[in-house]
Ligand binder design. Sequence first.
Ligand code: NAD
Ligand code: TYD
Length: 341
Amino acid sequence: MANNETILVTGGCGFIGCNFVRMMINKHPEVEIVNFDALTYAGNLDNLTDVMDSSQYHFVRGDIQDAALVSKVIADYEISGIINFAAESHVDRSITGPKVFIDTNVSGTLNLLQQANEHGIKRYLQVSTDEVYGSLGATGAFTEESPLCPNSPYSASKTAADHFVRAYHHTFGLDTIVTRCSNNYGPYQFPEKLIPLMFNNARIDKPLPVYGDGANVRDWIYVNDHCEAIWAAFTKGTPGEVYNFGGASERNNLEVVKAILSYFNKPDSLIKFVKDRLGHDQRYAIDATKALTTLDWKPSVTFEEGLKMTLDWYSTNQKWIDNVTSGEYKSYYKKMYESEG
Ligand code: NAD
Ligand code: TYD
């Protein structure tokens, strides 16, 4: 990346996006960032209060489906690269309301690709997910060559977006990169996802709702390690390629929930097994050999180190969690977890 380039980061007020923007402001003063975010329930301006006054940082509120606004922002700020984090990201919400997942994840991505192509953007990076590969049995790991077999409406929409990225590279020669990462955890994650939800419940002795038997396995990665991987792929990746990232930390859900309870010195009796998620993927695991060998990147923390950092952050930022759980979250939680009794 040359000096004084300006990158459009979409979804920079969400969980991974805000950690990425913070990393860029603190570690890469040569790059300007325009954060373009619709501020949905998952987007929060407070996630970036510590960097919002930086001259390197600009914020525009907007929807990635808005062709005229995206075009204007690219022109006004002389954008040279795009990193697309913006998405509807929660599997459970995609089961109860899939339409918005098509709107943002598919139509929004298509609009960004179209604008990138029209404006001669030098590089477009799509932040995708390992969930596009579907579910694994007890052994094996996803490589970049694994077939795409999405099982949830969320992963189906992310897969459709990945196909459009591929098509824009193939058809128009757009310089694209797709990154597929495993489950992230860390500061600023909205408490609809497993780790912050369980933290928030354990803290106030509310039951911890584990889906099914709790044996589903995820490959956990600390969010900063994912952000470093995205920047490595953006700056060192080969056009048209896909890169998998993972934390090499497979844990089943029960192990994760018990680790959170033990952080608080609280009993496992707080665990409540609830009705399983429809179509629940059994296991995700990542083979990150390609990123490890070609991007000069590797995860920096173990799951135990990252989890401790994360739970300490939530403990000292109780106000953040109180703010984001004060509004819509209450009715979401009631609908998802209290309706089954
Ligand atoms: P998030 O839900 O926390 O944040 C999404 C952000 O996108 C929010 O700030 C929201 O306001 C914004 N947004 C939503 N719709 C928009 C629209 N139409 N226009 C503009 N902005 C919009 O999500 P996250 O967990 O930070 O995930 C970021 C990206 O990483 C997503 O593309 C997701 O698929 C991918 N990903 C997430 C994980 C994970 O574990 N969280 C793992 C792999 C990949
Ligand atoms: P989640 O954080 O929603 O991520 P994803 O579904 O994208 O992997 O869920 C992680 C795992 O935790 C998944 O197997 C579902 C499970 N889970 C629960 O058991 N209870 C919960 O309340 C939530 C939100 C998730």
